[in-house]
Ligand binder design. Structure first.
Ligand SMILES: Nc1ncnc2c1ncn2[C@@H]1O[C@H](COP(=O)(O)OP(=O)(O)O)[C@@H](O)[C@H]1O
Ligand SMILES: [Mg+2]
Length: 234
């Protein structure tokens, strides 16, 4: 994957990202870490095209993320599962495939069952989100993100609302997706997962990419800010 951030700033009522210019090429699994409020969610939303930067531009794989054909090929998994509450896990997927991808109900059904099975939800797929565990709902939203066959999957703290056991279950499921050959960009506080799954790490601090490198930067932080973060999260 190629990521190019060109003079990105983002402002809500205050400046949240301060003129970030950054390029990264050749990595498939990029972790974004940093304390709360450092701008991780803002950055991942801009990279996924969900939101536009106030100034500057983002290109991923040499394509402006503002283009509709870019957005059609990315999946996003949010902190909370974000499934439609009145639809079964399976219908949450088939609906999108039928309405936005032109699939027939039969095709949509086959695809949904394929990805729900990949996430070990064979026996849960006809249940409503409220009738499954938080981990199962989150795995269903990962299946939904995969079902559109994205090139890149963005995950923003996918386990933030889960207990340690469900967190483990979801992160193991994500690890097993590595063989699909997709690219991943994810925000997490689970450093063991970063070490296992990321091939590159971006550390955000105060609206800037403060330090970045291979996961070994976690063990040899160059800046006091990353060192301090590691001391707190460990
Ligand atoms: N929709 C929003 N409106 C106003 N301020 C926001 C909004 N989203 C985020 N912020 C502010 O932007 C800063 C960075 O937030 P965020 O990108 O969510 O950081 P992180 O994901 O690292 O916690 C925080 O100070 C937050 O309060
Ligand atoms: Mg966040």
């Amino acid at each position: 994957m190629n990521i190019k951030l060109n003079h990105i700033t983002h402002t809500y009522d205050i400046d949240v990202l301060h003129d970030i210019t950054f390029e990264l090429d050749g990595y498939h699994s990029v972790a974004i870490i940093g304390v709360s409020g450092s701008g991780k969610s803002t950055l991942i939303r801009l990279m996924s095209g969900l939101e536009k930067p106030s100034t500057g531009f983002v290109n991923i794989n040499d394509m402006p993320v503002s283009r509709e054909d870019y957005k059609r090929h990315v999946g996003f998994v949010f902190q909370n599962h974000n499934l439609f509450p009145h639809l079964t896990l399976k219908r949450n997927i088939t609906l999108i495939l039928e309405k936005t991808r032109g699939k027939t109900p039969e095709e949509a059904n086959t695809i949904a069952e394929h990805y729900l099975s990949m996430l070990h939800l064979e026996t849960q797929m006809n249940k409503l989100p409220k009738n499954v565990s938080g981990g199962q709902a989150q795995r269903a939203s990962i299946a939904r993100a995969l079902s559109i066959d994205p090139n890149i999957i963005f995950l923003d703290e996918p386990t933030a609302s889960l207990d340690p056991i469900l967190t483990h279950e979801v992160l193991e499921a994500i690890k097993n997706l590595k063989s699909l050959g997709k690219s991943f960009v994810f925000v997490t506080h689970v450093l063991s997962f970063v070490r296992d799954f990321a091939d590159y790490v971006i550390f955000m601090h105060d609206g800037l990419i403060h330090e970045h490198g291979k996961p070994t930067i976690l063990d040899q932080p160059k800046t006091p800010e990353l060192k301090n973060f590691m001391d707190k999260v460990k």
